[in-house]
Design a protein around this ligand. Structure first.
Ligand SMILES: CC(C)(COP(=O)(O)OP(=O)(O)OC[C@H]1O[C@@H](n2cnc3c(N)ncnc32)[C@H](O)[C@@H]1OP(=O)(O)O)[C@@H](O)C(=O)NCCC(=O)NCCS
Length: 177
């Protein structure tokens, strides 16, 4: 496996983000990114004030994303992630999500001082469930028929990780600037 590391998402990442979105059809549900302009808009959204967005990089090039949407009033975070198709199945996303979740649950200023993290994935996306477990999340529920996809209603499995939960043993990645 090459060397993967995390750093904050930057304005100049749009081209690599576009390449990742074009790498697999399942990326279409992650955002409206189809050309450079929409990729630039997506990157700007990721950099918004209520989000912590980390690029998963080889060298300095973005191949994946782990982000946390902040619910400040409740000290909660909503975690979401994706990986370029060419870099999947290596355990990198699991390690990246574990790294960001550990960081988010650490007290400030080391981390983001959150107390609960949440995520959800479609029941027909088991790889995402493996990522959630690698990052220390516990399945909490099932939202029945949550999304209408190609004429079929699809359940979503919901997960949470509390600051008081056991820390996962997954090897973390480094976070740089
Ligand atoms: C979901 C996604 C992030 C996984 O990325 P990845 O880099 O392959 O993840 P990892 O390599 O860290 O782990 C994948 C795990 O899923 C497992 N897996 C892959 N395909 C699977 C399948 N069809 N059934 C069961 N498990 C599967 C792998 O064996 C691995 O498990 P392990 O680490 O226990 O061996 C990636 O497929 C993706 O970006 N999908 C599109 C966006 C998306 O769905 N994001 C999540 C939204 S909730």
């Amino acid at each position: 496996m090459g060397e993967y590391r995390l750093r904050p998402v930057r304005e100049g990442d749009a081209e690599a983000v576009l390449e990742a979105f074009l790498s697999a059809p399942d990326m279409a549900r992650q955002g409206d990114v189809t050309d450079l302009a929409s990729a630039q808009g997506y990157v700007a959204w990721l950099q918004g004030p209520t989000r912590h967005s980390f690029a998963v990089c080889t060298g300095d090039r973005v191949v994946g994303l782990v982000a946390v949407g902040v619910d400040e009033a409740n000290r909660n975070g909503w975690v979401f992630y994706w990986m370029h198709a060419a870099h999947r199945g290596l355990g990198v996303t699991g390690r990246a999500v574990a790294t960001v979740a550990d960081w988010a649950l650490q007290p400030a200023p080391t981390g983001a001082g959150m107390e609960r993290l949440e995520l959800g994935h479609r029941v027909n996306n088991p790889a995402s469930g493996r990522v959630a477990l690698a990052a220390g999340f516990v399945q909490e529920g099932r939202e029945r028929g949550k999304f209408l996809i190609n004429g079929e209603r699809v359940d979503v499995l919901t997960y949470g990780r509390l600051v008081s939960d056991p820390w996962p043993e997954t090897t973390v990645l480094s976070i740089g600037s």
